[in-house]
Design a protein around this ligand. Structure first.
Ligand SMILES: CSC[C@H]1O[C@H](OP(=O)(O)O)[C@H](O)[C@@H]1O
Length: 364
């Protein structure tokens, strides 16, 4: 997508061979582009959320494998790299998907052929993500178009949670892709952006990307969404996901479940933008089977922003030594999901519909 009119992806490889990312920790206040040159750089970037978002985590891990294969293409190095990168963050299934995919491609090859093959597959994974998200946008556009039609061409108000936008992917985003396609289609769309405590991906990233593309939006506190749904101000909720089970339970940023409950209670359609690499076909019961990342309490007791002098600072918002819990994700049961917007079309959040949509991927 564009930043000040210039096209960017969230991760890319320079002609020199260097892999670079946008270090999202400093957005929206500073655009910092940094190289990732060693396996440790990639592990740090994923663990410490220089990059984040399930599809982008997978793409970054794929390039992390490639960089390591250039350094040491041995079987031991390939196995160790899977372990080192897999342990960085536990919830987004795209990380394991990408590491498994790279291992599947590289294991059969002689060591001397692995680096080139790894860079090629990593680049393919990035391009595939972009096309998957573009397709999700086209299928999601139909949902928005239908709502606009019912409203006689009136404004369609969409609520989204966290950032499932282009910075969470290689490009387009998942939940935001239908929004971008609708705006390009001339539909009057307005987005309510959940700030999404504690890391504020909505306030810092979704607001930034929508603003960059001239998409009408309001930033709201996480706790306002239910009230706005009660007052008929929300026509549709679209969120992303970090792992969706074979029966359609959706794991996403903490707070998503509460939005789904409010949507159900107020008859608001609740859709999940779901790229197929984010489906974990090996699990069914999301609440019991998906590992939920617990991040440090300092993310709750402190908040980052820009001070009056233009410095990016972290300030403490609670008393010294306040203990805090910080579960980073929750699981929305399938029965609260109106539909899954995949690259192949929209399907019900249930095992049979998902298996029918992806017969080549579903595990019998
Ligand atoms: C398109 S996946 C985006 C997904 O990832 C975010 O989590 P995090 O920022 O911690 O990586 C959030 O759950 C988004 O919905």
């Amino acid at each position: 997508m564009k930043i000040d009119g210039k096209p960017y992806r969230s991760i890319w490889r320079e002609p020199s061979g260097e892999v670079r990312i946008i270090d999202q920790r400093w957005l929206p206040h500073e655009l910092r582009i940094v190289p990732l040159a060693t396996r440790q750089d990639f592990a740090d970037a994923i663990r410490d959320m220089w990059v984040r978002g399930a599809p982008l985590i997978g793409a970054t891990a794929a390039y992390g494998v490639a960089v390591q294969m250039a350094a040491d293409p041995s079987d031991a190095s390939l196995r160790e790299t899977w372990e080192v990168l897999h342990e960085t963050r536990p919830t987004a299934i795209n990380l394991k998907w990408a590491l498994d995919e790279m291992t599947r491609v590289l294991q059969p090859l002689p060591p001397e052929a692995r680096a080139e093959a790894a860079y090629r597959r990593a680049a393919e994974i990035c391009d595939e993500d972009v096309e998957i998200n573009r397709q999700i946008g086209l299928h999601g556009l139909e949902i928005i178009r239908e709502i606009a039609k019912k409203k006689g061409g009136g404004r369609v108000n969409v609520l989204t949670h966290c950032n499932a936008g282009w910075p969470a992917t290689v490009d387009w985003g998942t939940a935001t892709s239908p929004i971008y396609h609708a705006v390009e289609d001339g539909i009057d769309v307005h987005v309510f952006v959940d700030e999404t405590r504690p890391r504020n991906q909505g306030a810092q990233l979704t607001s930034w990307e929508l603003n960059s593309h001239g998409v009408s939006h309001d930033l709201i506190v996480d706790n306002a969404g239910g009230h706005m749904m009660q007052h008929g101000e929300v026509d549709l909720v679209i969120v992303g996901t970090d792992r969706t089970t074979a029966r359609g339970d959706v794991c996403n940023k903490i707070g998503t479940y509460l939005k789904a409950l409010a949507a159900k209670a107020n008859g608001v359609p609740f859709y999940v933008a779901l790229p197929s690499p984010t489906i974990d076909w090996t699990v069914s019961d999301g609440i019991r089977e998906i590992p939920i990342e617990e991040r440090g309490g300092e993310e709750v007791t402190h908040v980052q922003g820009r001070d009056a002098g233009g410095n990016i600072v972290s300030v403490q918002i609670s008393p010294d030594g306040t203990p805090a819990r910080n579960p980073a994700f929750d699981v929305t049961p399938a029965e609260l999901v109106t539909g899954l917007i995949t690259e192949r079309g929209v399907c019900k959040a249930d095992a049979a519909a998902m298996a029918a949509m992806f017969p080549d991927l579903a595990k019998g």
